[in-house]
Design a protein around this ligand. Structure first.
Ligand code: FNR
Length: 184
């Protein structure tokens, strides 16, 4: 079973990112287990925690869980033209203690969204910068920028636009191909 962590860049109850993620998870084929991993409970990273060996227990739980993952899918909005702090914090927490990063060589893919037309482009590309340093091969094509997201969802949070579902399926297929190449 290939385990795919889904990390969401919004803590909001009615988050469009969460709803998108719920639509994308079932698009993975048999043999893949996509799972949303909680990041909202991680205290802001403070290096003293690791230097003094007293990190919050949530750090250990998160790091252990992420170590077991084979790949990571990020689904995120854009905050002030960049990555929401909660997502960057999770990347920082998982990157330490030094030399024990949970991210190293894990294939990644990014879906950004916005209720407006900009589709989270700024967040999507800013997120790519730490992923380079964290040594996460990141899906290049297709790029997934989902604009006008509210219009795409029905009242139950399901994507009602067939073209968008097809596009997301092609995105997941490309990600799965990439994960397989990295496993080979
Ligand atoms: C936003 N929003 C936003 N939208 C955008 O397209 N570009 C941006 O730079 C920002 N900046 C921003 C900052 C902050 C602090 C908030 C709270 C919101 C609007 C954002 O796209 C919208 O609230 C989304 O619905 C957030 O995603 P979720 O929570 O629905 O997943």
């Amino acid at each position: 079973m290939t385990k795919v962590a889904i990390l969401i860049g919004s803590l909001r109850k009615e988050s469009f990112s969460k709803k998108l993620a719920a639509n994308v998870a079932p698009l993975f084929p048999e043999g893949y287990n996509p799972e949303i991993v909680e990041i909202g409970n991680l205290a802001l990273y403070n290096q003293d925690y690791d230097d003094e060996n007293n990190a919050p227990s949530e750090y250990a739980t998160f790091r252990k869980k992420m170590k077991e993952m084979d790949a990571v899918l990020f689904v995120t909005p854009e905050y002030n033209r960049s990555v929401p702090a909660v997502l960057k914090n999770a990347l920082d927490v998982g990157s330490r203690p030094y030399g024990e990063s949970v991210w190293d060589r894990k294939p990644a893919a990014i879906i950004s969204q916005s209720p407006g037309k900009l589709s989270g482009f700024g967040a999507n590309h800013h997120l790519r910068q730490p992923l380079v340093f964290l040594n996460m091969p990141t899906l290049q094509q297709p790029e997934a920028y989902i604009g006008n997201v509210a219009d795409l969802l029905d009242e139950g949070g399901k994507i009602k636009d067939e073209g968008t579902v097809k596009f997301l399926q092609s995105f997941v297929d490309a990600f799965v191909d990439m994960i397989k190449r990295h496993q080979a």
